[in-house]
Design a protein around this ligand. Structure first.
Ligand code: ZN
Length: 673
């Protein structure tokens, strides 16, 4: 018990200290720096940066430069003509002298959305944006500001791209039964259909059969046809596709390697080698080194990492996160890591699918110093890498919770009226107010640190059987693991919580979000597509249905409004355990049919009336459902001899200026790649 109070007291102290400093700054600079459409842009602070030793500051500076150099890659990956659109819009925006009127305002909003989504498709729904300015007005701007010198793409085709709503309608279409490759206009494939892609990779995988260290085939290339019509991989590497941006990334990584510790240098050199060779074996070598480095204070994710943007979950988008340890908060995840084996041994799943020996669970809480690529402006709040199953099994994984980002989110959301509108019972509201942020943090820690790393496949299962449903199922598995253990008295015993009210706060919020409030992000008439959203809906709806007779979760109607209420937390926890057991079985056995049924039955379809109500209530509150960030800036301070004597951190609060700066100074790719 001593440990418990000691720990809780410390975190309260830490929080108070933080709040005190930020309140002073808040008076000068608000947390929300821009709002448009369904987006709010928030700034984040980097507490502790100024106290870092000089060599770590310089190391961060170089890595931060590298993080900014891959922005164009992501634009191009998201859609072949994104860079053409962005550059044309920016040229008009900068040159335009008359900066007022409805058409210009709508144009500016569209450009802000394109920056936010790294392209013309919504970052979450993947649907193409509908411009609110007229084609006639836009053509006038083209005539005025675009000429043969600066034209990126033919005017008529550009207008088709922007204004024809049926053309390139979705970046990522995973509707059951459609050809997910030809119906998605992401730029990972060209001139090939789903059957051809599947056959291409099935052949590669078959040739690698029995390799205990299977290659993540397809991860770093575009699959397309050559002049002879043969299908080939156009690899993203120095000398390959995206070379001019990758060369810049490598340039800054080399600078960083020079000032890093021996371990950091070795790891970065492996990454550089991979960027130069494009060989996925080199990527695995790098990942093994990366995952083993748990000691360094400063760490970085940089590369082609997550495959959410590929309908077949094979091609990875470029991203970077530069970060350093938040020592105080790390105490929390260290306790989890120390108990990792206990959690695994007691998981409510078939013992055959538990890991006999949990290896190298390393978890930490980090402070982000720079976001890039697919982590900017919208970012995850937790990361668990690497993704290759065999590396996770043999060498473990690194898992992080990003504290300064969740802190900024929390600050930006305070007092927005959301809880008063959607949470029916006073007691639930109180619990959420008291424990909400902490229970979110714990949930993220458990999800990233233990959830993704838990479990094992049955002999013979390869891990790619679940195809388009695999990310949803994997997120559900990690969330269920987190939810189940959040309500375990073991957490009190090891000093992570002092009361299960922390768990109940999360349970109420999670179920309400999964069944109801997250739907405000979906347009009327649309299905749920994004895998994290699908996962939350799956879990909430499944528990609602299974617990219906016992009234575990209830939809209460009051004054014409619906409220999702959890009546029985203990029973809900058991239901989480039951579903975890089934979800783990599906993953371990690669049971595609069961997976498909689970996702299609619970995670996809939305009741139109219920949906309309959420949208209306959310709209009345004026809350943007999505948030993203502006980055800080770093400046080298040099003495008369040119020695670097310090790195200064600045907090710009202008979303437009930051993007124009990135497009001017960190844009290295040709318009068409
Ligand atoms: Zn996850």
């Amino acid at each position: 018990m001593n440990k418990l109070f000691g720990f809780t007291f410390m975190s309260v102290l830490a929080l108070t200290a933080c709040t005190a400093t930020t309140e002073v700054e808040q008076a000068e600079q608000p947390w929300v720096v821009d709002r448009f459409d369904d987006i709010k842009v928030i700034r984040y602070e980097v507490p502790g940066f100024n106290e870092l030793p000089l060599e770590e500051k310089i190391y961060i500076y170089y890595l931060a430069e590298a993080a900014k150099c891959g922005r164009d890659i992501l634009f191009d990956q998201n859609f072949k003509y994104n860079l053409a659109v962005r550059r044309t819009l920016e040229q008009i925006y900068v040159a335009s002298e008359v900066r007022e009127g409805e058409e210009f305002a709508a144009f500016e909003k569209y450009l802000k959305k394109v920056w936010f989504a790294n392209g013309i498709h919504h970052h979450y729904s993947n649907d193409k944006f509908a411009p609110e300015f007229s084609e006639a007005w836009f053509r006038e701007q083209l005539a005025a500001f675009i000429n043969d010198e600066n034209r990126q793409i033919e005017d008529d085709f550009l207008c088709q791209i922007i204004f024809n709503k049926d053309l390139f309608a979705s970046r990522l279409n995973q509707t059951a039964g459609v050809d997910v490759i030809t119906e998605s206009c992401g730029n990972y494939y060209e001139g090939v259909n789903q059957a051809e892609v599947e056959a291409f990779y099935a052949k590669m995988i078959a040739a690698d059969e029995g390799n205990p260290e299977p290659i993540s085939y397809g991860l770093n290339s575009k699959l397309m046809r050559n002049e002879k019509g043969e299908i080939f991989e156009n690899v993203w590497k120095v000398g390959g596709m995206y070379s001019s941006a990758i060369e810049r990334i490598v340039y800054w990584l080399e600078k960083a390697a020079e000032v890093g510790t021996p371990v950091q240098r070795e790891t970065l050199e492996a990454l550089i080698k991979y960027y130069k060779s494009g060989d996925l074996k080199d990527f695995d070598t790098y990942n093994v080194l990366w995952v083993k480095d748990t000691e360094s204070n400063v760490d970085v994710v940089n590369g082609f990492i997550e495959d959410y943007g590929d309908p077949l979950g094979r091609k990875a988008s470029w991203e970077s996160v530069v970060n350093f340890r938040d020592e105080e908060a790390c105490h929390r995840t260290e306790i989890m890591a120390e108990n990792a084996q206990w959690f695994e041994d007691n998981a409510p799943i078939n013992p055959a699918y538990r890991k006999a020996e949990v290896k190298g669970v390393s978890a930490k809480v980090i402070t982000v110093a720079m976001l890039g690529g697919d982590c900017y402006p919208a970012t995850a709040i937790g990361i668990n890498l690497p993704n290759a199953d065999w590396i996770r099994k043999e060498h473990g994984s690194k898992s992080v919770t990003i504290d300064n980002i969740t802190y900024a989110y929390d600050k930006a959301a305070q007092g927005n009226g959301f809880m008063e509108e959607f949470v029916l019972r006073e007691e639930d509201r109180e619990r959420m107010k008291k424990y909400g942020k902490y229970s979110d943090d714990l949930h993220t820690d458990l999800h990233e640190c233990l959830g993704h790393g838990s479990g094992q496949l049955a002999p013979g299962t390869k891990g790619n059987e679940l195809r388009t449903y695999s990310s949803t199922l994997e997120e559900a598995r990690a969330d269920l693991f987190a939810l189940y253990y959040l309500g375990d008295p073991k957490l009190i015993e090891i000093g992570l919580i002092e009361t299960l009210d922390v768990a109940w706060a999360q349970y109420s919020k999670y179920i309400m979000n999964g069944m109801q409030t997250q739907l405000s992000r979906i347009e009327p008439g649309k299905n749920v597509e994004e895998s994290h959203m699908r996962n939350r809906k799956l879990i909430a709806e499944w528990c609602y249905k299974k617990g219906m007779e016992e009234n575990v979760i209830e939809i209460v109607k009051q004054d014409g409004k619906s409220y999702v209420v959890v009546n029985n937390f203990e029973r809900l926890r058991e239901l989480f355990g039951e579903l975890l057991c089934e979800v783990q079985r599906i993953k371990s056995e690669g049971d595609y049919e069961a997976c498909k049924a689970l996702v299609e039955d619970y995670a996809v379809k939305v009741d139109p009336e219920f949906h309309a109500e959420v949208i209306a209530r959310n709209k009345a509150l004026n809350i943007e459902p999505y948030g993203g960030f502006v980055n800080p800036e770093y400046e080298l301070v040099q003495d008369a001899e040119g020695n670097i004597v310090d790195v200064k951190i600045l907090y710009p609060a202008n979303y437009i200026e930051q993007h124009l700066d990135y497009s001017t100074n960190y844009s290295f790719l040709p318009t068409l790649n």
